[in-house]
Ligand binder design. Sequence first.
Ligand code: FRU
Length: 510
Amino acid sequence: MKKIACFCFFFIFLLVNREANSQQKSGIIDFKEIHRPQFHFTPVSKWMNDPNGMVFYKGVFHLFYQYYPEASVWGPMHWGHATSKDLIHWEHKPIALFPDSLGYIFSGSAVVDVNNTTGFANNGETPLVAIFTHHDPAGEKEKRIDFQKQSLAYSLDEGKTWVKYEGNPVIENPGIIDFRDPKVMWYEKDKKWLMTLATKDKITFYSSPNLKTWKKESDFGENVGAHGGVWECPDLFQLELNGKSEWVLLVSINPGGPNGGSATQYFTGDFDGSKFTPHSTETKWLDWGTDNYAGVTWSNTAKRKIFIGWMSNWQYANLVPTDPWRSAMTIPRELSLKKVNNSFYLASAPVKELDKIVSSVIKVPASTLQENMNLSEVIKDFKGQFQLKLSSDQPEDFSILIANDLGEELIIGYDKQAGQYFIDRSKAGKKDFEAGFAKKHTAPRLAASNSMDLTVVFDAASVELFADKGLTVMTDIFFPVQTMNKLFLKFSPGMKPNNLSLSKIEGIWK
Ligand code: FRU
């Protein structure tokens, strides 16, 4: 009976998934709905949260994601799947992992098992291995504390189809309710796999020779960083600065973010194969906006560290006014390390591949910039999708305002006295779906020098601000009732901005 039920369940999900993709192909879902991001990844329909299992293999970037194919709210988690050759244009693929007798498929990572340490390949193939959390809803309902465990699945056909490992789970729960989101990497020095796992409001490191048997190495997190909520979706990787390699640990936290709800903090430090020692105990935020959560980096991209985050916030993710899908991913970002006042910081920039869809670049010469300027006369018909680059050697207060004929407006700016960037979405459109949504968010300026530079990327329902070479980042979503079609720039006397650049960004859904 149980087997028949499982089979029916599986069959229904196959149908739902096929239906979603064929709806897109046949044009029923044309990606032209109001608020549909035009160059950010979204599922064809239904609910999405965290990016999962990101791995680069044979020229293809795989993006898996937390997905519930039956409704536009969070539910029994699957891994949805999409692929891209350039991080910009995405192809929707069939669902990769379905819930099973051990539970829902929560977040996790994927690696290329080049040496077949798992033994999953028999005929010389290279296994792709997904390491994820099994979340048992029955155990949770019974108020047990051990309902999250770590498991494996593998693919021998370059990520097209996946088989769950018969020995699951590979890490049993030691009695910690929040025990999830394994991010795995190969640690060449000791020739072993390393797992970074979120364990309540800490991180636990494990190691393994074969991804199947794991040994606990150490815990990290007491008395460091922010602890306003549970720690989730960590990532550990190396970045070079001035020829020296440093370690970076990303940790998402919910709630407890700097502007409310969920956000991602990070630590820099040393890692000796067993233990992470931070350079400082200070809390640092990868993104100060409210809408970049659970982001991690792609595996197997050599020295390039490419990040993508879920562009939403648990505070209102289930309530945002989009249909027939819910949630988008951020633009993929390249991460780098910088030193400011002798302290390490992580910087983010849109991946260079974004330039592929940036068109009609207009340079507005500094000499023609006025303190109060209607830029919609310069960049016409941009339909809410554009990129703006502004810099100044003498930053003063300024604001960039996008608006529409209904008087809805979103303001991005800098408050010199406070030393803060801000995004004000309080009048940017729909807001009644959640009391805390319509707010102004702020982020401290962190620059090493006085000169300022900004890149701002706008899509139909999101803004991403990268300031001072990506040292301060803010990502916010908003929901205008009509497309934003007006753009204004205001700055205080004395600011003397340099040439301004404006460009349209083409949509990716053809
Ligand atoms: C983060 C998170 C993860 C969990 C997943 C469930 O947003 O809560 O910790 O694995 O979402 O969908």
